[in-house]
Design a protein around this ligand. Structure first.
Ligand SMILES: [Fe+2]
Length: 341
């Protein structure tokens, strides 16, 4: 299959309610439900009444936060080109013997899409593939003002997710490239010459096909850790990004983790802020537009051009695998929560 973009993300959190204020007032995510009084749906779209659905553009939503006992990633939604690409993807999964489940129409509708199926990667993370996201034109209402342009999203998707895994395996690499059909962006083993974490750290970054973004999925290896490390989102306008920086520094009850700065490989500006749900948001502006044909993998010797000072916990405690060896993520969790049907 050819995954194109990161279409949506779902997390569970005891702090779900906090997202209604933090998500809107600090980040400017939209909170309005675009579905009432629309003509495409013959019935109300199912929603989990306790979940917080956050919008970044005219799609139904981009980030859903469901109430849960602990902070954990619930799913990531990968966008495929169209219905035929979805059909072909399922055939390919059959041929490869990859186990998956196809969502019902209502379950897909809760995600804001026409069709969806899901599977787990070898580390236990739930990956959903979908086709045809619902949108309502000119319906995005930013949760805060002023907002010049809002988020860079659309067909390029949200940005990227970074999963920490206790061990990066060949099976994970095969899943990203062979099952999801992503291409490599960057990565490899860092061999710290000074300091570091006492040894080699492996990070692998993958990119969807024909996606302008440099990368969409990252596995970062750290023994004893597992879960969603960060979600990258991007503003279209420098001032929207800068205002969020001010709000995180002066108004957010959750701390700044890394100061603003410029990355080396993809040269966007970003800073990192803790969300109400333990994971971190990488908040960016000005990322590269990639050309699939022209791209050649290379690697900068240094990660940052300037800035990006660590001022908070970069590796969060919630990612630690517990005493039983069970990862913080619920491996067995199913398609729910979807309350209303
Ligand atoms: Fe990132």
């Amino acid at each position: 299959m050819e995954v194109r973009a990161l279409g949506y993300v779902g997390v569970r959190s005891p702090n779900a309610e906090k997202w209604r204020t933090w998500g809107a007032e600090i980040m400017g995510f939209g909170m309005n439900d675009p579905t009432p009084a629309t003509s495409a749906l013959t019935q109300a779209a199912p929603v989990d009444g306790d979940a917080v659905y956050l919008r970044m553009d005219d799609r139904k939503w981009r980030l859903a936060v469901y109430p849960g006992k602990k902070d954990e990633i619930a799913f990531v939604g990968w966008e495929l080109t169209d219905r035929l690409a979805f059909r072909d993807a399922l055939r390919e999964l059959d041929e490869k013997g990859v186990k998956y489940e196809v969502a019902t129409e209502l379950e897909a509708l809760e995600r804001g899409v026409q069709g969806m199926a899901w599977m787990r990667d070898p580390a236990g993370f739930r990956h959903e593939i979908f086709w045809s996201g619902y949108y309502l034109e000119d319906s995005f209402e930013p949760g805060r003002r002023p907002m010049k342009k809002g988020f860079r999203c659309g067909a390029e998707g949200i940005g990227h997710v970074v999963f920490m895994v206790s061990e990066f395996t060949q099976e994970l690499d095969d899943f990203a490239t062979g099952v999801l059909g992503m291409r490599l962006y960057a990565g490899g083993v860092s061999i710290p010459l000074t300091g570091g974490d006492g040894g080699r750290v492996r990070t692998e970054m993958y990119r969807g096909r024909r996606n302008l973004r440099s990368h969409n999925l990252v596995y970062m290896e750290k023994k004893g850790y597992h879960g969603l490390h960060h979600l990258f989102i991007e503003y279209d306008d420098l001032d929207d990004w800068g205002r969020t920086y001010d709000l995180v520094k002066h108004k957010s009850e959750f701390p700044l983790i890394m100061t603003m700065g410029r990355h080396q490989a993809d040269t966007f500006l970003s800073f990192y802020a803790q969300t109400p749900s333990s994971f971190v948001c990488e908040i960016a502006w000005g990322s590269k537009q990639m050309d699939d044909e022209a791209f050649v993998q290379d690697r900068p010797l240094h990660s940052f051009v300037w800035g990006l000072d660590m001022v908070g916990p970069v590796i969060m405690d919630y990612l630690k695998v517990d005493e039983t060896g069970q990862a913080a993520d619920s491996f067995g969790s199913d398609l729910r929560p979807i309350a209303a049907e």
